[in-house]
Design a protein around this ligand. Structure first.
Ligand code: MLC
Length: 460
């Protein structure tokens, strides 16, 4: 029998300790504008609680999550507001009042918790009922919404959808950490200072005209993506670039690379490189290179077919002066390499080739990566049809397995929105021993090949 989901309630949560309707605004910066029309980020965090009943969920867990959500929102007021685009303005603005609310859905599912949190592939469509929605129209967009779902006698999940033009992974996870702090019976303890958001936009140094340049690029891209679709033609619309429907044959799989596995792969690079060159063998370089080469091999096909890849870069510590860790908003750019041929990665030395390329990209990072955002949008517009473009969501630096809302550490944290492209997701390993969890989402037949390649590659 197919699992079913019942909505128990959809409530609106107001930030605590606030009762003024004074309207406040926060401008988007050029970092935010990069993500203006890209899909939101969806995370599901699973908590295992085998004795959980509907009555405990309704009387203890949900009230506690609501109260603590309200307390954390009082520090993150813009999250309850809206992104608005008044056509008289050149760019959208975040507008919020102290009486705004966020949507919090409470539901119950018959889904198999063990399947969704386990290490075997399962249908990607199983995760969608657990996700809240984000309302987005031409001139107005919600910023976040949340859902808590009961799996009776198995556990519960907390899920979040976040508008990427307002917050990046660092800000989202900082908010979740503050929420879990208030939920985890610590409301009396003052929250850690690094989780209190910094709204000062003057910490962002913007090159002249970069915002206009990015907005103009988005307008051209919108035209490109809206051929034959009148609805998408409004150049000042907040509507996102349409995402493809997820097919029922798409499955998800999480690979746990242990610290030892990463070390084995590091040693392999040193052996195969046979030179004294200085290769950056960071956990990220090794992990992404491993995922990338195996994804390309798993697709197979023509060795000349085009490949592109990229990854997000947190600019907080790269630009000068550095930007505070608690800065609210986006502070990520990205680097991409396009027009590569699949054969580079398909041979015996494919992994080494990927490591060298990704290592060079990381070694070359300096503050110019932030200022190249308009170029990224150009690259996006000119990707040849049929290119396998690989990218990364999340990071091993966010500490998502530390999100204890009072019922222990998560059993699993998944980024669902990787289903929207050819991205992988990254998180630190649950046991905190220096390993990495890589999330994959692929058609079933390709995933079967990928899993075999991932397992075999660790034996070499
Ligand atoms: C550009 C990079 C990917 C390059 O990575 P690196 O080569 O430095 O590799 P790395 O991240 O493994 O770090 C290298 C070493 O530094 C240590 N290290 C340094 N700073 C750290 C930090 N703040 N937290 C944890 N570890 C840290 C690591 O333990 C690691 O050690 P060792 O190597 O010995 O193990 C990274 O610097 C970066 O910017 N990561 C964050 C990207 C990001 O924000 N993505 C999310 C985008 S938003 C998004 O996707 C949406 C969302 O998430 O909601």
């Amino acid at each position: 029998m197919n699992p079913s989901l019942t909505i128990i309630e959809v409530t609106q949560i107001t930030p605590s300790n606030t009762n003024s309707s004074e309207s406040l605004t926060l401008p988007l910066t050029f970092y935010d504008l990069l993500w203006l029309k890209l899909h939101p980020v969806q995370r599901v965090i699973f908590y295992k609680l085998t004795d959980i009943t509907r009555s405990f969920f309704d009387s203890v867990i949900v009230p506690n999550l609501k109260t603590s959500l309200s307390s954390s929102l009082s520090h993150y007021l813009p999250l309850a507001g809206k992104l608005l685009w008044n056509t008289n303005n050149s760019k959208p603005t975040i507008v919020y009042t102290r009486n705004d609310t966020v949507s919090f859905t409470v539901s119950e599912t018959t889904s198999d918790f063990t399947l969704l949190t386990g290490n075997k592939p399962f249908s990607a469509t199983e995760l969608y009922p657990l996700l809240p929605k984000l309302q987005i129209s031409d001139d107005s967009a919600n910023i976040v919404s949340f859902q808590a779902t009961l799996f009776p006698n198995q556990g519960f999940s907390i899920s979040v959808i976040a508008h990427h033009a307002v917050l990046d992974g660092k800000t989202t996870t900082n908010f979740l950490k503050l929420w879990s702090h208030f939920s985890n019976n610590k409301p009396k303890e003052s929250p850690p200072l690094d989780l209190i958001p910094v709204y000062d936009r003057t910490v962002i140094k913007s090159p002249t005209n970069i915002e206009t340049e990015i907005i103009n690029k988005w307008q051209s891209l919108t035209k490109l993506f809206s051929v034959g679709n009148k609805e998408q033609e409004n150049p000042k619309s907040l509507k996102l670039i349409p995402s493809p429907e997820i097919n029922s044959d798409v499955v998800r799989f999480t690979l746990n690379l242990t610290r030892e596995d990463i070390q084995t792969l590091r040693e392999r690079v040193k052996r195969e490189a046979e030179t004294e060159e200085e290769i950056r063998l960071s956990t990220f370089v090794i992990t992404y290179s491993y995922a990338l080469t195996n994804l390309i091999k798993a697709r197979g096909g023509d060795t000349n077919r085009p490949i592109g890849f990229g990854f997000a870069v947190d600019c907080r510590n790269i630009v000068k002066p550095v930007i505070p860790e608690g800065y609210f908003g986006n502070c990520v750019s990205a680097v991409f390499k396009m027009a590569l041929a699949a054969e580079n990665f398909m041979g015996e030395k494919g992994f080494l080739v990927a490591v060298r390329m990704i290592s060079d990209l990381v070694k070359g990072l300096d503050e110019s990566v932030a200022f190249k955002i308009p170029e990224l949008l150009d690259a996006f517009a000119t990707v040849p049809l049929g290119t396998q473009v690989l990218s990364v969501a999340g990071s091993t630096r966010f500490g998502v397995y530390g999100l204890d809302f009072g019922w222990g550490k998560p059993e699993k944290v998944l980024i669902v929105s990787i289903d929207q492209g050819e991205a992988i997701s990254l998180a630190e390993s649950r046991d905190g021993n220096g390993g990495v969890e890589i999330g994959f989402s692929l058609k079933k037949h390709e995933m079967d090949v990928l899993i075999e390649l991932l397992n075999d590659g660790l034996k070499k």
